[in-house]
Write a protein of this length. Structure first.
Length: 218
C-alpha cells in the first residue's frame, strides 16, 4: 500500500463499512470507529525501529510509517488526535455506503466520489463557513434499526466551523541527519471557531487547511 498524505481520510480496518457488499451497519453505534483525517506522516528508520517481536519469530509489531490522525468527538465537542501505524488503517474509498433511497439496490459511488472531488485547498477568508472533511461521510452512515441498540450521544458528526485566523506551520524536524525524510506536515493552519455544547462556550483550534471543505449540502 502507498502511504497516505496530509488531508487524507482514513479509519481503522475494523470499520463495519469495509465489507464485501453495500449494507447498513449491523453493530452497536458505540462500537463503530470514527473517520479520521491525517494531520502528519511520521517515518522511522529501519535500523532504529523494532519491527518484529523479540520473543516470537517473524511476528511483526510495528511499521516504519505512522500517522497522526484527527477526529471530532461530538460528545465533548472537541478534536482528538491519535497516532496509528500504516498497516492498521484503510482509506475511505473502500467504504461501502448503503443508499436508503434505493430499496432493492445499494451503492457507494455517489457519496464516495463526491467526497473524492472535494476542492483540496479552501481559500482563506475571515468569517467564512467551512466543514470538516468527514462531515458528510459521518452523517450518511445508515444503521440497521431492527438489530442495533441505540446509544444516545455516540457520534462523530461535526458542526460547521467559522474561519477566524490563519498562520504558517513551522517546518521543523522534517529530516534525519542523513537527509532522509522524517515527517510530512501541513504548511498552513486555519484557526476555526465553533459552539462547544459540552462546555457551553465557543471553542477555537488551529488545524491544517487540508482538513476543511466548503459549501457542503447534507
Amino acid at each position: 500500500m502507498s502511504n497516505f498524505i496530509v488531508g487524507d481520510i482514513v479509519t481503522i480496518k475494523s470499520h463495519p463499512l469495509f465489507s464485501n457488499t453495500h449494507k447498513k451497519i449491523n453493530a452497536l453505534t458505540s462500537l463503530v470507529p470514527p473517520l479520521m483525517v491525517v494531520k502528519e506522516v511520521l517515518f522511522d528508520k529501519e535500523e532504529k525501529k523494532i519491527l518484529y517481536s523479540n520473543e516470537i519469530k517473524k511476528a511483526k509489531i510495528a511499521d516504519l510509517t505512522k500517522y497522526v490522525c484527527v477526529y471530532f468527538n461530538a460528545n465533548k465537542s472537541e478534536f482528538v488526535e491519535k497516532t496509528i501505524y500504516h498497516s492498521l488503517v484503510k482509506g475511505y474509498l473502500d467504504l461501502k455506503y448503503y443508499r436508503k433511497e434505493e430499496k432493492s439496490k445499494s451503492s457507494n459511488i455517489d457519496l464516495v466520489l463526491e467526497v473524492a472531488k472535494y476542492k483540496h485547498n479552501v481559500d482563506y477568508e475571515f468569517g467564512k463557513c467551512v466543514q470538516f472533511k468527514t462531515k458528510k461521510l459521518e452523517h450518511r452512515k445508515s444503521y440497521d434499526a431492527n438489530t442495533v441498540e441505540r446509544i444516545p450521544g455516540i457520534s462523530f458528526q461535526t458542526p460547521d466551523f467559522i474561519l477566524t485566523g490563519i498562520k504558517n506551520e513551522e517546518q521543523k524536524d522534517l529530516f534525519f541527519n542523513d537527509g532522509t525524510q522524517k515527517k510530512q506536515m501541513s504548511t498552513q493552519l486555519f484557526k476555526v471557531m465553533w459552539f462547544n455544547h459540552y462546555q457551553q462556550k465557543f471553542s477555537e483550534d488551529y488545524l491544517p487547511k487540508e482538513f476543511f471543505v466548503e459549501d457542503l449540502e447534507i
